[in-house]
Design a protein around this ligand. Structure first.
Ligand code: PFF
Length: 459
């Protein structure tokens, strides 16, 4: 344990895992997915899937990690199932793809922090130019990857644990303040209605698979990130309550982001369907409305905290391939870190060109569901977030229930939770991991692939 490093305290693990979960997925992606998915109907499906399927898969991943003390590939082997290593590898590929676009958006958030500091509130109106500017977008992306690599090269515990404990609550307090402000704006009510009053006819197959992809992405599930973090957790930890806290925190922060964004969007007369630019276009206008002085303070602190939330997520994304290479190929940690970070940075160049070069990419990226999503970043989102993560989650559940076997999973969960047997939590996790998660995740995965990539609508 000591050689691989471990979390210093119970709160340390929860802070780090919640740090992985809470990030751009909650504050950048969730609102724009809700906006494009028709509002409250999407929120409802998302909540249902996060609690019914996401939470049990999270419990399972952490348990596999703690039992084996291994990276996602080595974990299957350590349990005696060498021929399941590919599942770990699939997760690593998904994680690398995700980081290749995530880092770019994180760079935008960091760039916006600097723009806000200088009082450039009109950056929102020039979002397109901002992201097309290779020097700025690339420079911020490079800076961000560098910070991520620096932290990961020193090991996951320590600084990041301590910083998470202060900065995450700060982000929540700031968002609560912004929600209160949002409610005072004209047309706020329209935003709230859009966000909270579901129109059930909007629950379509695409809404379901997008909500599922969003839930897994937001909770950092399906690719082994939490197997990796689980491998650093002590036996005294109660995995079930930890996973419940992480799920609630993650979903709660996403929910808060929506509560803040939709009044802002409607009060400025913007379209909720604005896509990946939604927060970057909307928020600077709001900060400007606070007046220059206050706007600079609130705007820069907000984007700084957002960058920090993104950093605790990029760290977990990079940690997955790094722990694999360090464990399996015995590379020195710093060497593994810089090699992999360099590679992912190169892979992220197409995403940096995403918006500016979407016409370029559309020559190559054509499939029925591409629509306006012919930019590279959205394309990777379709493959990694919405396809590989749910598929990974289904297979992890199947593996735990039928290959590793339920009693072994339960035995691991009883460590740190001696009375687990017979509780409603045990029954619920059993039901979900054995039946609900594998079946529902595979069905939604198939519907997604057929619809998006082959243009076949079953329903
Ligand atoms: N959960 C992160 C977010 O919502 O921003 C993104 C993420 C991190 C996904 C780590 C997957 C992962 F392994």
């Amino acid at each position: 344990m000591a050689a691989r490093g471990g979390f210093n305290s119970r709160i340390g693990f929860i802070a780090a895992a919640a740090g992985s979960a809470v990030g751009l997925g909650n504050i950048w992606k969730f609102p724009f997915e809700v906006g494009q998915g028709g509002g409250a109907a999407f929120v409802l499906v998302y909540l249902l899937l996060a609690f019914a399927l996401g939470f049990p898969v999270m419990v399972t991943e952490i348990a596999i990690g703690r039992r084996t003390q291994k990276n996602p590939v080595g974990a299957y082997e350590a349990l005696g199932f060498k021929n399941w290593r590919w599942l770990g590898l699939m997760g690593i590929i998904a994680g690398v793809l995700i980081l290749s676009f995530y880092n770019v958006v994180a760079g935008w958030a960091f760039g916006y922090f600097l723009e806000m500091l200088r009082g450039h509130f009109d950056v929102g109106q020039h979002f397109g130019e901002f992201t097309q500017d290779m020097l700025r977008s690339g420079g911020y992306g490079l800076a961000f990857m560098f910070m991520t690599a620096l932290i990961v090269s020193r090991g996951v515990s320590g600084g990041i644990e301590r910083a998470s404990k202060i900065l995450m609550p700060a982000l929540v307090i700031m968002m609560l303040g912004l929600v209160a402000y949002a409610f005072t704006l004209p047309h706020a009510m329209e935003g709230i209605k859009f966000y909270l009053l579901p129109d059930f006819s909007k629950i379509t197959v695409p809404v379901i698979y997008r909500a599922l992809g969003q839930a897994f992405f937001s909770l950092s599930l399906g690719m082994g990130a939490l197997i990796t973090y689980g491998s650093y957790v002590s036996k005294q930890e109660n995995i079930v309550t930890s996973a419940a806290i992480i799920t609630l925190a993650d979903v709660g922060i996403a929910f808060l982001a929506g509560l803040m964004m939709f009044p802002f969007v409607f009060s400025q007369g913007l379209e909720p369907t604005g896509g990946p630019g939604l927060i970057f276009v909307t928020l600077p206008g709001i900060f400007a409305s606070l007046g220059t002085g206050l706007g600079i303070i609130i705007g820069s602190v907000f984007f700084l905290l957002l960058s920090f939330a993104a950093l605790t997520s990029t760290v977990s994304l990079l940690e997955v391939p790094v722990s694999y290479v360090v464990d399996e190929f015995k590379l020195k940690r710093p060497l593994a870190v810089w090699l992999i970070a360099g590679l992912i940075f190169l892979m992220s160049i197409p995403a940096m060109l995403a918006n500016g070069a979407s016409e370029f990419w559309s020559q190559f990226i054509t499939y029925p569901g591409a629509q306006s999503a012919t930019d590279y970043m959205t394309f990777i989102g379709h493959i990694a977030n919405d396809s590989l993560l749910p598929l990974g989650g289904a297979l992890i559940a199947l593996f735990a229930a039928y290959i590793w076997k339920k009693h072994n999973l339960n035995q691991e969960l009883e460590e740190g939770f001696p009375n687990f047997k017979g509780t409603w939590a045990e029954k619920f996790i059993d039901l979900s991991v054995s039946y609900l998660a594998p079946v529902v995740l595979i069905i939604i995965f198939i519907l997604n692939v057929l619809d998006r990539f082959f243009g076949i609508q079953v329903f």
